[in-house]
Design a protein. Structure first.
Length: 273
């Protein structure tokens, strides 16, 4: 199984909850059966924690699952603790960002909008370093570790099989702000042009003359997944952490925003010619 463990946990949690509800059992019934505490079951059904194989088997027996269902649940359980490339960088990665990286690794498509900055997956080396130099806890060692992390994240997303399908809409300011100085900006533009030639990457620029638009409130990412059981998620990053939006109505609003700014934008090749 190649999808990220966080997606497996969430899928398994939904399926176990559906099986419990389907057989008419409550959380209290599971607790009474001494299979899991209330907190543990809520974590399992919410996709918060990996699920041990004996727990999966015990829940299936309690719910009266047939062999085929039990085998499917067991396979998912064995993959809920599966690690990824990012585990080697846990010391360099903010704890709140780990979930996003795991979701990104599991996604089949990513849609980015940013009016001011180039998203991390599209950043060139000088641009990356300049971004980390702005942080209050900057050190040479820290910057080097962050650049390595971001470079490996880019490689993992864009060179995997199949690669992540990525569509980015950048505000014109992102292509004029000299992050990394004039040399950094020149390198970044060339990098974006190179990436846009990949069949799985689309980069567009929203020019100043586009005027007011729906996405003026700020940057956002939309991640889509292969499984129909795993809904898309919107990621919003702030100075103190990340927020995830899964509400169906709000998700629809963000998808409409992306479609709108995409329609008002031009291919980067046209913008830079």
């Amino acid at each position: 199984m190649t999808i990220g463990s966080v997606v497996v946990r969430k899928s398994l949690g939904r399926q176990l909850k559906a099986l419990r509800v389907g057989c008419g059992m409550t959380v209290a019934d599971v607790v009474t059966a001494k299979i899991a505490s209330k907190t543990k079951l809520q974590d399992i059904e919410g996709g918060v924690r990996p699920v041990k194989l004996p727990d999966a088997w015990a829940l299936c027996r309690l719910y009266g699952c047939d062999t085929a269902t039990t085998d499917r649940i067991a396979e998912l359980a064995m993959n809920t603790a599966k690690g990824g490339w990012w585990e080697d960088h846990s010391a360099a990665m903010p704890s709140w960002f780990g979930l996003y990286v795991e979701l990104e690794a599991a996604a089949t498509r990513a849609r980015f909008y940013d009016s001011e900055l180039v998203p991390g997956l599209l950043q060139a080396p000088l641009y990356q370093r300049a971004m980390f130099e702005t942080l209050p806890d900057f050190t040479e060692e820290y910057a080097a570790s962050q650049v390595r992390l971001r470079s490996e994240r880019q490689q993992a997303a864009l060179e995997r099989t199949p690669p992540l399908r990525l569509a980015a809409v950048l505000g014109e300011e992102a292509l004029t702000r000299p992050v990394g100085g004039a040399k950094g900006l020149t390198e970044q533009k060339a990098h974006l042009l190179k990436l846009s030639r990949k069949s799985n990457v689309t980069v567009r620029v929203l020019p100043w003359e586009a005027g007011a638009h729906l996405a003026t409130k700020g940057a956002f990412n939309i991640l889509d997944f292969e499984s129909v059981e795993e809904p898309s998620v919107v990621y919003l990053e702030t100075y103190v952490g990340g927020r995830y939006v899964e509400d169906e109505k709000m998700l629809s609003d963000f998808q409409r925003m992306f479609q709108t700014v995409s329609g008002k934008s031009v291919p980067i090749e046209e913008y830079l010619k």
